[in-house]
Design a protein around this ligand. Structure first.
Ligand code: PBG
Length: 322
């Protein structure tokens, strides 16, 4: 009789055994909560395509950050929704810009959270692109100069870390130089190094009111078909001084997370984006999936692929209940 001697099922028989041999564990301290801060509102504004997510006034963002800190969450990443926009996106670096206000107030609250500022112009430009438009295209080098102003404003306002997400060539080097020139040599850069032109950002653009008014972002974000190119993108950002590299989206790009982590061995972040969140919420609302189970599974898979840090809209709930 050729019955198996090795039985993988032996270690799956009880919850105790499964727990003993579990390879990955999610810790709230490695999770980052995205926060939308909007100018000119006094109460949270729910985002239709993101159940449970809202745009907050500054005071609300401070409250969210306090709760996040109590739950042991690692950090928050701030996105601004300004009251007015212009061609260059000047609200991005205005000393009283909405994210600068929120950074100042949250920093003053002394939560111990890592305060991360998303560095990009799309939320601040009236056309919704990630930099100023010249001849119908985002001007790379003009954008770099504006991003330099934006990171300095973030750092002055109290950001612990900046996270450039615009996929401009040379953005990490430009930002590093600007921070260093202003004495912020200790402020790390978490670069959205491999950011794909993804359909999964739809709900975010509703939340941040940052949908491009014409065209799309394929001329600067990556083609979903490419993996070798992601390694090249990350390598450039590392050479330019990135401290943490990010892959975005997360769930559909687990192969990229894995390659980035194994190739560079750097602290690696992954962003479980708005569309990943919305799909889970929508299927759960229909009763088609077990919501909590799928939240846990999706986050565990991202961790298992190699992410050290996960940015997720499920962060608070995970830390609180799961
Ligand atoms: C800004 C930015 C975007 C996201 C994070 N930073 C939108 C975009 O590139 O259009 C998307 C995050 C999400 O979908 O949750 N450039």
């Amino acid at each position: 009789m050729a019955f198996p001697q090795t039985r993988m099922r032996r270690l799956r028989r009880t919850a105790g055994l499964r727990s003993l041999v579990r390879e990955e564990r999610l810790d709230p301290s490695s999770l980052v909560l995205p926060l939308f801060v909007a100018e000119g509102i006094s109460a949270p504004e729910p985002v239709g395509s993101m159940p449970g997510v809202a745009r907050h006034p500054v005071a609300g963002a401070v409250q969210e950050a306090r709760e996040a800190a109590e739950l042991g969450i690692g950090g928050v990443i701030l996105f601004g929704v300004p009251a007015a926009r212009d061609a260059e996106g000047s609200g991005a670096w205005a000393p009283d810009g909405i994210v600068q206000q929120a950074l100042g107030e949250i920093a003053a609250a002394g939560t111990g959270l890592v305060l991360i500022a998303d560095t990009c112009l799309c939320e601040y430009t009236d056309h919704g692109h990630c930099g100023p438009i010249v001849d119908g295209d985002v001007d790379n080098d003009a954008t770099l100069e504006l991003l330099q102003k934006q990171v300095v404003a973030h750092a002055k306002a109290g950001a612990d870390m900046v996270a450039p997400s615009g996929m401009m060539d040379g953005m990490v080097a430009a930002i590093r130089e600007a921070l260093d020139d202003e004495g912020f040599t200790g402020v790390p850069i978490m670069s959205y190094a491999a950011k794909y032109a993804s359909g999964f950002y739809g709900p975010f653009r509703e939340a941040a009111e940052s949908t491009p008014k014409f065209g799309d972002r394929r001329a600067y974000q990556m083609d979903p078909a490419n993996a070798d190119e992601a390694i090249r993108e990350v390598e450039l950002d590392v050479d330019e001084g990135a401290d943490i590299v990010m892959v975005k989206p997360a769930g559909p790009y687990l192969d990229i997370i894995h390659r980035v982590k194994t190739t560079f061995g750097l602290p690696t972040a992954a962003y479980q984006v708005s569309g990943e969140f919305a799909m889970i919420e929508a299927a759960a609302a229909k009763g088609w999936i077990d919501r909590e189970r799928v939240i846990r599974e999706s986050l565990t898979a991202i961790k298992r692929a190699g992410a050290d840090i996960i940015i997720s809209y499920f962060t608070k709930e995970f830390a609180d209940k799961l």
